[in-house]
Ligand binder design. Structure first.
Ligand code: HEM
Ligand code: HEM
Length: 183
């Protein structure tokens, strides 16, 4: 049976749940982000505002989950490189995972900063108000909107490379890399 924690050769249940749950969450947030910004600003049914409120709450959930994931990574061991994979691929995979972590943090953080600078409230699913992380700043607000979009699309591009690499390892090279991320 797969254990909660990682072992030398595979991922544990918790890292797996976090990986696949966050994959769905991030892909959903990117699709929602793209759709909501395409809506006109003065929609009479306020659909755009509702979707932005939802996007911000799920985005903060992503931030909380990535923090949990990083904390777990500090206390748990990492599986060793996949057997049979050349060193350069193991290093490339490691660097890619670190870049994905950096962006999984930077994207929601820039969203939070942007929302605070714009002076907008940030409700966590109507449960509580998330405090502002920085003071209101009209001058920097547009810059952070751009930065958030730019970082989000960089994350999506890196995820695409990550997925192609995962599928190539599974179907072409036929090693254990995908299986060790599955129950
Ligand atoms: C992993 C988490 C997140 C992802 C993947 C994500 C992704 C995106 C994307 C793809 C867009 C559309 C960008 C464009 O093409 O213009 C967007 C817009 C936006 N995001 Fe996020 N986001 C995340 C988290 C957050 C958080 C935590 C907040 C705020 C608390 C936030 C606030 C916004 C806002 C306000 C916009 C609309 C900006 C505008 O008016 O153009 N996002 N997001
Ligand atoms: C938003 C989407 C995704 C993100 C941000 C992401 C991120 C990551 C990260 C950071 C790791 C390193 C292990 C960890 O700390 O959990 C990882 C491992 C892995 N991911 Fe993803 N992932 C995403 C989607 C996917 C998808 C769709 C697939 C499959 C088609 C996939 C396949 C894998 C595999 C096989 C591993 C294990 C690699 C190894 O052997 O170490 N990922 N992913």
């Amino acid at each position: 049976m797969t254990s909660l924690r990682n072992s030398e050769s595979r991922y544990g249940v918790l890292p797996m749940l976090l990986h696949w749950g966050m994959a769905l969450l991030i892909i959903g947030l990117a699709a929602l982000g793209l759709y909501m910004v395409s809506l006109p600003d003065a929609g009479y049914d306020r659909e755009k505002i509702t979707l932005i409120v939802v996007h911000k709450a799920f985005g903060m959930l992503a931030l909380a989950l990535v923090a949990l994931r990083l904390a777990w990574r500090l206390v748990d061991m990492l599986p060793r490189g996949v057997e049979g994979a050349p060193i350069w691929q193991q290093v490339a995979a490691h660097v890619m995972h670190l870049l994905l972590y950096a962006l999984m943090l930077a994207v929601p953080l820039t969203g939070w900063i942007m929302s605070s600078m714009g002076g907008y409230p940030l409700s966590f699913f109507g449960w509580f108000e998330v405090p502002d992380v920085v003071a209101e700043n009209e001058a920097l607000f547009p810059f952070f909107i751009e930065l958030h979009a730019w970082l989000a699309w960089t994350l999506v591009a890196l995820v695409a490379v990550h997925v192609v690499a995962a599928l190539r390892h599974h179907f072409v090279i036929r090693d254990a890399s995908l299986r060790r991320m599955l129950p």
